[in-house]
Design a protein around this ligand. Structure first.
Ligand code: AMP
Length: 175
């Protein structure tokens, strides 16, 4: 089974709890959770005038094709009450497929690796925690190389999220 990385973000309501709930929903839908990063509080990207985000990343496995995985992640977003919203606007949950093995997907509604992955601290930081050696199939650079080149633009405070995430991680990974 391919190793797949999914980015998770929330900036509405109980942000940490929303991220944890999203992982639970994915697990209930049959996605195998292998690793989960800490949570990071990040400045909003794109549209600045909105609350800060909590972001994390998970390493998963599934037999689902990339297209079906997108259907499942979008279903999970809807189940959590996500509405159609402004591009880069506030959201109760956001699930992005970052990598699907080394596959490159260039469809109108699905692009993998996620196109803005290398530019976003909120993706690179959690990914470099759980998978620093993962090589980007297009740039051929590892996540830790990308993190080293990139200038950090966001402020992070991980304390609170880290504790919740550790508890949840133990539960997911022992199943
Ligand atoms: P966003 O508002 O960032 O959640 O973007 C959602 C849109 O991005 C959806 O219409 C998806 O079809 C599209 N999309 C393209 N590539 C991806 C990807 N790798 N993961 C998740 N959504 C994607």
């Amino acid at each position: 089974m391919p190793t797949i990385y999914i980015g998770i973000g929330s900036n509405i309501g109980s942000r940490e709890a929303n991220c944890i709930k999203a992982v639970e929903i994915l697990r209930e839908k049959g996605i195998i959770i292998k690793k989960a990063s800490s949570m990071y509080e990040t400045e909003p990207w794109g549209l600045k005038d909105q609350p800060k985000f909590i972001n994390m990343a998970i390493e998963t496995e599934t037999e689902l094709s990339p297209e079906w995985l997108l259907v499942v992640t979008q279903e999970a977003e809807r189940e959590m009450g996500r509405q159609s919203i402004a591009k880069w606007g506030p959201r109760v949950i956001d699930l992005d497929i970052l990598f699907y093995g080394d596959m490159i997907v260039e469809m109108e509604r699905l692009k993998i690796p996620h196109p803005l992955l290398c530019e976003r601290d909120f993706v690179i930081l959690p990914l470099s925690e759980i998978s620093p050696d993962k090589v980007h199939p297009v740039s051929k650079k590892s996540i830790s190389q990308i993190a080293a080149i990139k200038k950090p633009t966001s402020a992070f405070s991980t304390q609170k999220g880290m504790k919740m995430s550790l508890r949840a991680r133990r539960a997911w990974q022992s199943r």
